[in-house]
Design a protein around this ligand. Structure first.
Ligand SMILES: *Cc1c(COP(=O)(O)O)cnc(C)c1O
Ligand code: SF4
Length: 340
């Protein structure tokens, strides 16, 4: 007989799937279903099947719940819906805008900047953001977790100049916590690695991912921890997201945000200021505001550089300095993200 148990936020594999993993699998993947849910069936005529085939729609239901029904210009919807704008071929928008193919050594490690090595931990994400360079990335087996982190750990062990390891992807928190712990247990044997940084959108798009198991893992890490989340609009940060961020902060981690400047999503000063204010209320400091990487299928999101500079100046004129993100562009071969 099966007895009813109180709903716990944490179940282990023996008891069935962890709750966030069920929510992950329950994500919406059909553009028409998404548009029906939002009362926007007429927008289906503008969905690109080609774009959806190349990089499928994927969005957790909790993120959809933060969209405004009936609004075709909703800033959250715009980030995930594959529109026919993506089919336009625009000169200068290619397949490897940031030179990652050149920098990777086949181990899932991208070591471009002094002192920091980035691990492509996995290719998976809970949400598929239409503007992402990831839409063309040849992940395949080239992820650091694929071979029990072996090659990535060998690489890090051999280079004492690496003081900070970044787990990125894809989204590193799409890996189960025990898989992450497998890495950090081995990493703890490398005293030259003093900081661990996670680049993740999961606390924002699926805050249930921030569960007791994840928090316990983070709190016990010997390195200083930085969590860089990714929100582009204040509307993404609702009460459950704020609670997840507070819990992350409770582990002692420093929380930063990176956003991408996106036409039709956040390309006005009031929207960007509201994002900074909302982030700070949730205990997160704005870090970078990225100029879009020029990746095929994303040209309709681009904000011209002079307009970006104007927006940034407007932000600086209305916010305290600590709430103004650095406006940067990634340039292949450069020693850091370049300020605009
Ligand atoms: C952006 C990036 C980093 C981190 O750069 P910071 O300026 O330290 O945030 C590190 N490695 C790679 C490959 C990157 O693309
Ligand atoms: S890597 Fe980040 S921006 Fe790209 S699809 Fe995944 S969550 Fe979105």
């Amino acid at each position: 007989m099966i007895t009813a148990k109180p709903l716990s936020s944490q179940q282990n594999a023996a008891n069935g799937p962890v709750r966030w993993q069920s929510l992950w699998r329950d994500a919406i993947r059909d553009p028409r279903e998404l548009l029906d849910l939002l009362g926007l069936p007429e927008l289906a005529a503008r969905v690109s099947d080609a774009a959806a085939a190349q990089f499928p729609l994927r969005v957790p239901r909790g993120f959809v719940a933060r969209m405004r029904p009936g609004d075709p210009a909703d800033p959250l919807l715009r980030q995930v819906l594959p529109l026919d704008d993506e089919d336009r071929v625009v000169p200068g928008f290619g397949l490897d805008a940031v030179g990652d193919r050149e920098a990777r050594g086949g181990t899932g490690v991208i070591h471009k900047y002094e002192g920091r090595a980035l691990l492509v931990a996995t290719g998976s994400c809970a949400v598929h953001c239409r503007y992402c360079f990831r839409r063309h990335f040849p992940y395949g087996e080239e992820t650091a977790a694929a071979n029990q982190w072996r090659e990535a750990l060998d690489y890090l062990a051999a280079d004492p100049t690496v003081a900070e390891v970044l787990l990125s992807g894809g989204d590193p928190l799409s890996l189960a916590t025990p898989k992450l712990a497998e890495f950090t247990q081995a990493l703890a044997a490398l005293p030259h690695v003093r900081r661990l940084r996670l680049h993740t959108r999961l606390p924002v798009v699926l805050p249930e991912r921030v569960d007791a198991e994840l928090l316990d893992w983070l709190a016990a890490l010997p390195q200083q921890v930085v969590v860089v989340v990714h929100a582009n609009h204040a509307q993404e940060i609702d009460a459950p997201v704020a609670a997840a961020l507070a819990a992350l902060r409770g582990t002692g981690a420093t929380l930063l945000n990176q956003a991408v400047l996106l036409r039709g999503v956040n390309d006005d000063a009031a929207t960007l200021a509201a994002l900074s204010e909302r982030l700070f209320e949730a205990g997160v400091l704005p870090y970078y505001l990225h100029q879009l990487d020029r990746v095929a299928g994303t040209a309709h999101f681009e904000v011209p550089e002079n307009r970006a500079r104007t927006l940034h100046a407007e932000l600086a004129a209305c916010l305290p300095g600590y709430l103004v993100p650095r406006l940067v562009r990634e340039v292949a071969g450069a020693p850091a993200k370049l300020p605009l």
